[in-house]
Design a protein around this ligand. Structure first.
Ligand SMILES: Nc1nc2c(ncn2[C@@H]2O[C@H](COP(=O)(O)OP(=O)(O)O)[C@@H](O)[C@H]2O)c(=O)[nH]1
Ligand SMILES: [Mg+2]
Length: 328
């Protein structure tokens, strides 16, 4: 974008011919001092962002959308190439080769999966190069739009803080998460369990998410990875019948629960108000007073009861008046 500054005077804008001649597109006259036309500048800027967004993947509505994410060089392109059985994206051992998401559709058993190979996610401080910034933005965008993200970690190199941030970003976005420790062909086979335990110890939030040791190069456990991804994607779209849900809630309502001040907290009933990610509303007389550990307890119960491994759950607590007890 070309902004021509110091166009301060009110009234018609002076001829901008010489700025057109620069060949940088339409010159936008502004005044930084008076703020004149800064709104127009902002509009033009926003319009540009839309264009960037439009480069994102075209998703197939019927398919489970799977984003392959991870730091540069962890093996995203190699994995998608393995899945495709032929070269669909540039593989290179220099970081930052992949600029655009590359797509692949495949059918695994009865599930349609659509993979998108995203550009690597980097730390903010490293994204001052505009091309890098936009591809990072697109990677973040792919996560927001995906049903499941496979976060690849370089198993030969070991994990770093950045891997944890990516995993947290995935969970925060509501996307399903499958962690793939890649390049396992370079690691002693027998240490897989140990590695998984260590990773889960270090990042307790991974407790509810599958961790697999794979090799995109040799194909080790790649089928298993597909199976898990499809399972997570399908499970996220399940709707739990309200009656089944309330059976669980009723079991909880038998437990005694009170606020710090000793007021009774009653769980009344629950509904699932959305899928993908599964989202529930639980009605109670005192939504703000339900203790954090009790909330987690309920989330865990829903997870185990309905087999929600691999997906974040959303639980909203809403107010409803309790049934008044009749005193005699
Ligand atoms: N040994 C081994 N090398 C791998 C594996 N996956 C990728 N690589 C290598 O790691 C480098 C980066 O891979 P690439 O797929 O381009 O990573 P990306 O940046 O995440 O797309 C390349 O040299 C690959 O050959 C793997 O499973 N095992
Ligand atoms: Mg790549």
């Amino acid at each position: 974008m070309l902004a021509v500054n110091k166009v301060d005077e009110a009234g018609p804008v002076a001829p901008l011919d010489e700025f057109y001649r620069l060949g940088l597109g339409e010159p936008l006259p502004v005044s930084a001092v008076t703020g004149r036309r800064s709104g127009d500048l902002l509009d033009a800027l926003i319009a540009l962002f839309d264009e960037v967004e439009a480069y994102g993947p075209e998703w197939d509505e019927a398919a489970i959308r799977v984003a392959l994410v991870g730091r540069p060089n962890v093996g995203k392109s190699t994995l998608i190439n393995h899945l495709a059985g032929y070269q669909v994206s540039i593989v290179h051992d220099r970081p930052g080769t992949t600029r655009d998401p590359t797509q692949l559709r495949l059918t695994w058993q009865d599930s349609h999966l659509q993979f998108v190979d995203t550009a690597g996610l980097r730390r903010r401080s490293k994204v001052d190069d505009p091309v890098e910034f936009y591809s990072t933005r697109r990677a973040a965008n792919s996560i927001d739009q995906a049903d499941v993200a496979v976060v690849l970690i370089d198993g030969a190199e070991g994990w770093v803080m950045q891997d944890a941030r990516i995993m947290e970003q995935v969970i925060k976005s509501g996307c399903g998460l499958v962690v793939a420790i890649n390049k396992w062909d370079l690691v002693a086979e027998s240490t897989a369990d140990e590695y998984r335990h260590e990773l889960r110890d270090r990042y307790p939030f991974l407790r509810n998410y599958p961790v697999l040791c794979i090799s995109g190069l040799t194909g080790r456990r790649v089928h298993k990875c597909l199976e898990v991804v499809a399972a997570v994607g399908n499970k996220r779209r399940t709707r739990i019948p309200t009656a089944r849900l309330n059976k669980i809630i009723q079991q909880f309502s038998g437990e005694y629960l009170a606020t710090q001040e000793g007021r009774d907290i009653r769980l009344l009933y629950a509904t699932q108000h959305a899928i993908n990610p599964p989202a529930f509303t639980i009605f109670t007389n005192l939504p703000r007073s339900v203790p954090g550990n009790y909330r987690r307890h309920i989330e865990n119960r829903l997870r185990s009861e309905f087999d929600f491994e691999g997906t974040p759950l959303r639980i909203a607590w809403r107010h409803r008046k309790g049934y008044r007890e009749v005193r005699s």
